[in-house]
Ligand binder design. Structure first.
Ligand code: GRG
Length: 292
């Protein structure tokens, strides 16, 4: 394993270790089992890894950021569970396993998502209290709440649902993904920066997050078109099946690949001024070339 892979694994292990311990012994088994099933199903942990990486690159420590970082993973996992429901994207597989509602039923899957969303807020408030109500932790929690809500991920999903079967223009496509996927990719970058106390870097990190978010979604669309369902751990060809406008349907495959490279390069450019940026640069390149 090279240095980058080794460091990535260390970060993922710390995140997984925190996540596997968030449920209290006296919690109700039926709902906790459904929440754990999806949370511990083997996600890449990109969002918490981004939070930890920005925090460390800007002088913070991983202990300071892990809870906030993991709260974002809880929100992300809730969104996947709800997104997979029949009335949303109607998927049978996620993270290489049957989707939550296929195993636990739709009612419990809705609750598992709700449970994870609320767990995220419990973790955030605990972190705020543990740090004596510091401005940094309040700012970080606000950033996450805003990114997850109607002016972020949920808003983007609403545009997505209302666009199904329609031809949308390029601006709407970009806006939809900036919110639906981009907001929860950018938030951890901002949160890591805030917890490190580097408010002076927020403009650069905002730009990084916006560009990485779009690049990430373009790759997601390309993988849905060309990817291998075994490697992806979810069904492929869903966008086409559901007649969804994507970067591939709007721009075609070649132009989408070029765009992903362009956005990823812009992201890299915007964090060149961070001294200790080697891991972040490698992570950005890895996300561009990912196969799952
Ligand atoms: C409130 C009922 C209700 C539903 C909300 C908000 C929402 C549904 C869905 C969010 C939209 C969504 C799921 C966007 C997809 C983002 C995306 C590219 C997910 C894949 O992320 P990865 O590749 O996955 O990081 P892993 O499994 O590795 O974590």
């Amino acid at each position: 394993m090279n240095d980058f892979k080794c460091e990535l694994q260390i970060k993922q292990d710390k995140i997984n270790s925190y996540l596997s311990n968030i449920f209290e012994a006296n919690n109700i088994d039926s709902i906790v089992n459904a929440m754990k099933y999806s949370l511990m199903a083997g996600g890449k942990r990109i969002r918490p890894v981004l939070a930890v990486s920005f925090c460390e690159a800007l002088g913070g420590s991983d202990d300071d950021i892990i809870p906030m970082a993991c709260s974002i993973e809880c929100i992300h996992t809730y969104s996947l569970i709800h997104d997979d429901l029949p009335e949303m994207d109607n998927d049978d597989y996620r993270r290489g396993k049957l989707t939550n509602h296929k195993v636990f039923g739709q009612g419990m899957a809705v609750l598992a998502g709700d449970g994870l969303l609320n767990t995220a807020y419990e973790i955030m408030f605990e972190a705020i209290r543990a740090h004596n109500y510091s401005k940094q932790y309040v700012d970080a929690a606000y950033t996450i709440a805003k990114a997850a809500g109607v002016s972020g991920m949920v808003g983007g999903q609403a545009i997505d649902i209302t666009s199904e079967g329609k031809k949308i223009d390029e601006n709407t496509l970009h806006e939809m993904h900036k919110l639906k996927t981009g907001a929860l990719i950018k938030a951890p970058c901002i949160v890591g920066t805030i917890i490190a106390g580097r408010y002076d870097m927020l403009n650069a990190v905002n730009e990084y997050g916006d560009n990485l978010g779009i690049a990430f979604q373009i790759i997601d669309d390309i993988l849905d078109f060309t990817g291998d369902s075994k490697k992806l751990g979810k069904s492929v060809g869903k966008d086409k099946e559901e007649n969804k406008p994507t970067f591939v349907t709007v721009y075609g495959l070649d132009k989408s690949r070029k765009l992903a490279l362009e956005y990823s390069s812009k992201a890299i450019e915007s964090i060149k001024s961070i001294d200790n940026n080697e891991f972040l640069l490698e992570l950005t390149k890895t996300l561009l070339n990912r196969q799952n």
